[in-house]
Design a protein around this ligand. Structure first.
Ligand SMILES: NC(=O)c1ccc[n+]([C@@H]2O[C@H](COP(=O)([O-])OP(=O)(O)OC[C@H]3O[C@@H](n4cnc5c(N)ncnc54)[C@H](OP(=O)(O)O)[C@@H]3O)[C@@H](O)[C@H]2O)c1
Length: 191
């Protein structure tokens, strides 16, 4: 992937306010992408957006809880209003948890995880689908979390920041999932 792979590529990136999503936003901005950054924490999103703009990227901040279908619909609609198309959807927003069953009073946290991780990706993909098909765009999903997620996450972010290199891309071309193309997932490689 060269430095301009995402030049003027309209990217909807969920979970852009921290961690891997934030680092992806910075790398995409340096490549000249047009960004739609989504998460719940607008203040942190604005900080990320400012850094992206300083790098020369057109950047839009859209407060979004991906667990809410209507907010995902609005995220896609506002992106289209502003940029006129969607080239890449990165379903990065996600949560996880670690607990022993015997320590859990309720299984309710799992409902939230499914709502955010599963339905969040589903809602965004569903509403972006007509545009993705038209533009033959790319959709990317995060991989499920591995062990020692927190430590691994910090290590990935540090490595990405240090190297300034591209995040490994492994997603599927939309519509038909024909072949691997771009991905924006750190993957679970051990370094
Ligand atoms: N780190 C790893 O080792 C690893 C490995 C495999 C997969 N992953 C996956 O990669 C993704 C990013 O991981 P990370 O380590 O960067 O996590 P992180 O630092 O906790 O960041 C998660 C991002 O998702 C956003 N988010 C959480 N709930 C949301 C919601 N309901 N609606 C919209 N945005 C929401 C958060 O923003 P707000 O709080 O502002 O909403 C934040 O920007 C996650 O999906 C994770 O499961 C991580």
């Amino acid at each position: 992937m060269n430095d301009h792979t995402f030049q003027e590529n309209v990217v909807v990136l969920t979970g852009a306010s921290s961690g891997i999503g934030r680092e992806m936003a910075y790398q995409l901005a340096r490549q000249g992408a047009w960004l739609s950054l989504a998460a719940r924490d607008v203040q942190r999103l604005e900080q990320v957006a400012n850094t992206c703009r300083e790098a020369g990227a057109r950047t839009l901040v859209i407060e979004t809880d991906v667990a809410e279908e209507s907010q995902c619909q609005r995220l896609i609609a506002r992106t289209i209003e502003n940029y006129g198309r969607i080239d890449t959807l990165i379903n990065n927003a996600g949560i996880t948890m670690w607990a022993l069953f015997e320590e859990m009073q309720t299984l309710a946290p799992f409902e939230r995880i499914i709502q955010v991780n599963y339905f969040g990706s589903l809602f965004c993909t569903y509403y972006a689908l007509p545009y993705r098909k038209r533009e033959r765009a790319t959709v990317c999903y995060r991989q499920p979390g591995g062990q020692n997620r927190r430590a691994y996450s910090q290590r990935i972010c540090r490595q990405q920041a240090r190297s300034g290199g591209p995040i490994r891309f492994v997603a599927h071309r939309t519509g038909l999932i024909r072949r691997q193309r771009h991905a924006c997932i750190p993957g679970l490689r051990r370094h």
